[in-house]
Ligand binder design. Structure first.
Ligand code: BG6
Length: 504
């Protein structure tokens, strides 16, 4: 992690009584506080519609930290030192006096510090409320200093290419692009960032990181949770919008991008956009060849019976929203021509695991007798994103004995064992980056739009033709059969994620 920022900062969280604030943002800030990464002069103002005393607000946040922080329950002394930085501001943003009151609060804090601070406005609110909140900021002139003021926007960033563009026009009409931090929390995950370290800090991989040596790539983000209490939101989203458009395509970009000249925000982002632009567009009539959707039925997850998606709260009884997606993407550039990238993600799957598997081509010549290579497998490199973060590489070795018999073994590196320390949560990294003004791990407008462009044909076709056979996979399975067929057509199969294999 980076050094402690010095400049005074006010973090204003819109949507302060929502889930994100107490589950993710405040636990992340508290951990940054414990690690002494927060500027000495930092004030957090939670803004919400309902009236509440700052004390009750802080108590609610403390409960959130106790439940969700990676470090477990709070330590009283540390918590009270942290909590005194936090206050609550209640009011309806559409009322002019609310904005004026907030402005006065900011000025009061800055007056106490004797200088203008960096101001970070975090929109932890539904997209429908973005416009109102940002217009207030603009009208009150609270966020007009490009060097100091930042706006953090949570996903979903639009619901298709058109709405993402509209939102971009709205935001860039009021703020400079350099002030807008679009969050994809996957980019804050240690192991996602480690893809960059693995690729660009080692001379071992880059020479073979291309079509000559790599056969195909599989990206899996499997969840065991269902939609929980988010049925209302998820019904209008589905797995393609909720996970693929952002998290999975971001991972793909990191795997496929060219080496950046430096880690300056725009250098890295330019390379990622190049990848998205090179993804071969899927013609509408071929969507069924490249994309599969699924929806979970009832089943058993972690030994517990769970209901079908259609029985979840807030979900229509005949819903055709997908909870699973498998995709095949091709990248039309020199490095990746002809190398398929298979992506899959779903809820209520067998195991919670996210990983990238790079499967290498077979050795070009096989000098061993046929009997020696019966259990031969191609080399593979598996980057585990979560849980049990690490890297596993599968190689062939001679099995012990007098005969030449080959077999696969795994060389593994586990974060937990290697570093004996728990990694920061994604939101810790991202919040600190916003406070520091480093946008490298955030998405630029053209990146978000290109990602919508990649999935647009699929969205259109799926919207026009509702799925006929939902639900089509049982909770606790690895997804619908159609996903196996998608990859089997290319004579491949989904690798059992390494983690699931280990825990068998
Ligand atoms: C969110 C999605 O962006 O990512 C959720 O909206 C999903 O549906 C979550 O569960 C997964 O994040 P993580 O960090 O638990 O892998």
């Amino acid at each position: 992690m980076s050094a402690t920022p010095k400049e005074p900062t006010i973090l204003v969280i819109f949507g302060a009584t929502g889930d994100l604030t107490w589950r993710k943002l405040i636990p992340a800030l508290y951990n940054l506080h414990l690690d002494r990464y927060l500027p000495e002069r930092l004030a957090v103002i939670g803004v919400g519609r309902r009236e509440m005393e700052s004390d009750s607000f802080r108590q609610r946040l403390k409960n959130g930290v106790d439940r969700f922080s990676r470090r477990g329950t709070t330590e009283p002394g540390a918590w009270s030192a942290f909590a005194q930085r936090i206050s609550y501001f209640g009011g309806d943003l559409s009322a002019p006096q609310t904005g004026e009151g907030l402005k006065a609060r900011l000025q009061e804090i800055e007056g106490g510090w004797g200088e203008r601070s960096n101001r970070v406005f975090y929109l932890a609110i539904p997209p429908t409320a973005f416009e109102e909140a940002t217009r207030q900021l603009e009208q009150l002139g609270l966020c007009k200093d490009c060097g100091h003021d930042r706006l953090v926007v949570e996903k979903p960033f639009g619901r298709d290419l058109e709405s993402a563009r509209t939102l971009d026009r709205l935001l860039t009409g009021m703020f400079a692009e350099s002030q807008i931090y679009r969050i994809d929390h996957y980019l804050g995950k240690e192991t996602v960032q480690n893809i960059l370290a693995l690729r660009f800090a080692n001379s071992l991989f880059e020479p073979i990181w291309n079509r000559r040596y790599i056969d195909h790539v599989q990206i899996t983000v499997a969840e065991t949770v269902g939609v929980e209490s988010r049925g209302g939101y998820y019904e209008g989203a589905g797995a393609l919008r909720d996970m693929v458009q952002n998290h999975l395509l971001q991972i793909l970009c990191l795997i496929a991008m060219e080496p950046p000249v430096s880690f300056a925000a725009d250098e890295v982002r330019n390379k990622k956009v190049d990848v998205l632009r090179a993804i071969r567009p899927i013609p509408p009539e071929e969507v069924h060849h490249f994309a599969v959707r699924g929806q979970y039925g009832a089943g058993i997850v972690d030994g517990r019976a769970v209901p079908a998606y259609r029985e979840e709260p807030g979900v229509a009884p005949a819903s055709s929203t997908e909870t699973y997606v498998a995709l095949k993407l091709l990248i039309d550039n020199w490095r990746w021509q002809g190398v398929p990238f298979y992506l899959r993600t779903g809820k209520r799957l067998h195991t919670k695991v996210s990983e990238v598997a790079i499967i290498f081509r077979p050795a070009p010549h096989q000098p061993f007798p046929a009997a020696a290579v019966e259990s031969w497998q191609p080399n593979r490199l598996v980057l585990r994103i979560q849980p049990e973060e690490g890297i596993v590489s599968r190689i062939q070795v001679k099995q012990p004995g007098t005969r030449m018999l080959l077999g696969p073994v795994d060389m593994a590196f586990h974060y937990r064992e290697a570093f004996k320390a728990s990694a920061p949560e994604a939101y810790e990294t991202l919040l600190l980056d916003v406070i520091r003004g480093d946008a490298t791990l955030f998405m630029r407008a053209d990146q978000v739009e290109s990602a919508w462009g990649v999935i647009s044909p699929i969205l259109d076709v799926w919207e026009a033709v509702p799925a006929a056979a939902f639900p089509d996979y049982s909770a606790g399975s690895w997804g619908p059969e159609a996903a196996d067929l998608l990859i089997a057509r290319d004579r491949h199969n989904w690798l059992q994620p390494a983690l699931a294999e280990e825990s068998k």
